[in-house]
Design a protein around this ligand. Structure first.
Ligand SMILES: Cc1cc2nc3c(=O)[nH]c(=O)nc-3n(C[C@H](O)[C@H](O)[C@H](O)COP(=O)(O)OP(=O)(O)OC[C@H]3O[C@@H](n4cnc5c(N)ncnc54)[C@H](O)[C@@H]3O)c2cc1C
Length: 398
């Protein structure tokens, strides 16, 4: 079914930029970050070309696959909580069918400081979180065995976003708004005009590289292995015949916070019960990797299910995705100018949590590119160099 594409209304930033911006901008990468950035730049009046090697939300990209979690608990980091708030507004305006509200339940086997430290900020920004007693949670969700769980928090506004489909919807909105989309693979090292593998080139005034896990390959000197793609497996298990217990509405998104962070999404659109382990996997080449799930990963998942979701202990694996996180060293996003080219911008470092934020990323990048607005210090390239310095100091003490 074709998704309905609504024109995203201009934010204040975009409106101010609209009158005087007719800059030619090329955006490389039509994943969540690049497609939202292209759309916002176009809405602000820029003349934008969006280029992708394999297409928006393709199965090699970090934005591929079925669903992503959107939640506002982000520890004590106000920047992200506010971005989530804005992202909700923009996702909703673009296409409400991309979001299914489920709520999110955080179960802690030990320290719950990450959630607790977020509560005052969430309260300020307008997100409601309930603390549940373990016994109340167990009564509410009999599908779950709460053994070993010490505290439970329930985030009321949280849910699942369509991933791959959303990238296509954003690209379509961009084209409808007058943007140009083309397939093409941009050669590494071309700061502009862009040189493509097919011999053609694209000239613009500003270049934005939103290349996800490929960012280090496109900029080996400036980024290199500071963005490290890690292999992540996602499984969909079959739910019992005729049962609604594992569907959205009867089961929230759940996060099991122990030595590992394991999480899942209830059955949406009959795809199955989604299970994922947030632990960073081994290094992966996003272009050439075979995306087959491992027996060891499946066995670990089954072991977990037997403990936490006993009814699913023997559930069949009905689908799987092998994706990758594009990890920055501190898990923060990257949004900055290239240090040697003021008209070249780098966007990325989603680090396993970037998808939900992508509309706000696009808006922030647009304000930075067209209006020269500052981006938060934690997104600047400079901090990566500082992190490395810190690491070296620490190592030298050993
Ligand atoms: C298993 C998994 C679970 C996740 N769960 C969540 C979650 O629950 N919530 C959440 O918010 N986030 C989550 N994330 C993270 C989130 O999905 C990513 O951070 C986000 O999608 C990154 O988007 P991107 O646009 O930066 O990268 P990508 O989606 O990888 O897009 C980059 C694009 O650039 C193109 N490209 C690269 N190089 C070139 C080139 N040289 N020329 C032309 N095109 C090029 C690629 O084809 C690709 O389409 C998860 C990620 C994974 C893998």
């Amino acid at each position: 079914m074709a998704a309905s594409v609504a024109a995203v209304p201009l934010s204040g930033i975009a409106r101010r930029a609209h009158a005087d911006s007719n800059a030619r901008i090329a955006v490389v990468g039509a994943g969540a970050f690049g497609s939202w950035t292209a759309l916002q730049l176009r809405n602000a009046g820029a003349d934008v070309t969006l280029i992708d090697a394999w297409g928006p939300g393709n199965s090699r990209s970090s934005s591929g696959g079925e669903t992503r979690v959107i939640r506002a608990i982000y520890g004590a980091d106000r920047v992200y909580v506010e971005m989530v708030k804005r992202a909700y507004e923009l996702w909703e305006t673009l296409d409400p069918s991309l979001y299914v509200e489920t709520g999110a339940m955080w179960m802690h086997r030990g320290d719950d400081a990450y959630v607790r430290s977020s509560l005052p900020i969430l309260h300020d920004v307008g997100f409601i979180v309930d603390k549940l007693s373990v016994s109340d949670a167990a009564r509410k969700y009999p599908q779950i065995d709460f053994s070993g769980v010490k505290s439970v928090y329930y985030e009321r506004r949280a849910g699942a976003l369509s991933a791959r489909r959303a990238c296509g919807v954003v690209r379509d909105a961009f084209v409808k708004a007058g943007g140009r989309y083309r397939t093409g693979s941009v050669k590494a090292g071309s700061l502009g005009p862009l040189r493509l593998e097919d011999g053609s080139s694209v000239e613009a005034d500003v270049y934005v590289f939103a290349c996800g896990p490929w960012l280090g390959r496109v900029f080996p000197d400036v980024v290199g292995d500071r963005v490290r793609p890690s292999r992540q497996e996602v499984y969909y298990f079959g739910t019992p015949r005729g049962s609604e217990r594992y569907r959205a509405g009867n089961l929230p998104i759940w996060i099991d916070f122990g030595e590992r962070i394991i999480y899942g999404i209830p059955d949406i659109a009959a795809r199955g019960f989604k299970f994922a382990d947030d632990t960073r996997g081994e290094a992966i080449d996003p272009t050439t990797a075979e995306r087959k799930p491992t027996q060891a990963g499946i066995a670990r998942a089954r072991h977990f299910l037997a403990e936490r979701f006993p009814e699913l202990a023997k559930a069949p694996l009905i689908a799987a995705e092998v994706c990758q996180y594009e990890n920055s060293p501190d898990g923060n996003l990257i949004m900055d100018r290239h240090p040697n080219a003021r008209n070249v911008w780098l966007l990325g470092g989603g680090s396993g949590h970037g998808f939900k934020l992508s509309p706000a990323v696009g808006e922030m990048a647009t304000a930075a590119i067209l209006l020269g607005k500052d981006v938060p210090a934690q997104f600047r390239l400079e901090r990566l160099r500082n992190l490395e310095k810190r690491k070296t100091q620490f190592e030298s003490k050993d």
